[in-house]
Design a protein. Structure first.
Length: 212
């Protein structure tokens, strides 16, 4: 039963294809039931960026590319140091691009955000354990691909996000707390995540196997 589960196309997919949906549902729940507007959404986004980088660093370090673990070990350590450096730069960029939304902080809007962040952390941990270690992908994964893919993902995401947070919000200060601005950020994040997750790929494989 366990081998059948791990051999499923949904599990063998190289990335946690369900993460964009989980992230979206958490933020939609926050806006509908916890009263989140732009500030908690941006704060949650910062956490997502850090978790994306942290999970990429873990996957990079344990990507064996068909070799023994200690083969090119020092090389992967060097990549880890470089990845941490560039990861910090991406986190700083994400904060710099979105900090204008925090001119007037209201602590009451952050209700329940701690629990939602813990749920997001658990989701990323599950993604690494299932779609990297449990399905055996770490044995053949390429360290450059694991790290570089996330940085490209973040670069595209921040480029689009900058248009909303650095131009729209400062031009219309009253939109600082507007719900629809938060919705724009959430939708943008979801669409970019969807592009990189390729959710349809495992679904198509699963469907084709059932119809054979």
């Amino acid at each position: 039963m366990g081998k059948l589960f791990l051999s499923s196309p949904l599990i063998q997919h190289p990335s946690p294809w369900w993460m964009p949906v989980v992230s979206l549902l958490i933020k939609v729940y926050g806006m509908l039931f916890l009263g989140w507007h732009i500030q908690p959404i941006i704060f949650f986004f910062w956490w997502e960026v850090m978790l994306m980088i942290a999970s990429a660093l873990v996957r990079m370090f344990f990507s064996l590319n068909g070799q023994p673990f200690f083969e090119k070990f020092l090389f992967r350590v060097g990549m880890l140091v470089g990845g941490i450096f560039f990861g910090i730069m991406f986190v700083m960029l994400s904060v710099a691009f979105t900090f204008k939304a925090f001119e007037n902080i209201s602590g009451s809007e952050f209700r329940g955000i701690g629990q939602q962040i813990r749920l997001l952390q658990f989701s990323y941990l599950a993604g690494i354990m299932i779609h990297f270690f449990a399905n055996g992908r770490y044995k053949t994964a390429d360290p450059f691909g694991e790290l570089g893919g996330v940085f490209i993902h973040l670069l595209i995401l921040l480029a689009f996000l900058q248009a909303i947070t650095m131009h729209l919000i400062p031009r219309y200060p009253r939109l600082n707390q507007a719900l629809w601005v938060a919705i724009a950020v959430v939708v943008l994040k979801f669409l970019v995540d969807l592009l990189f997750a390729k959710i349809g790929q495992p679904m198509k494989i699963m469907f084709s196997k059932q119809t054979e």
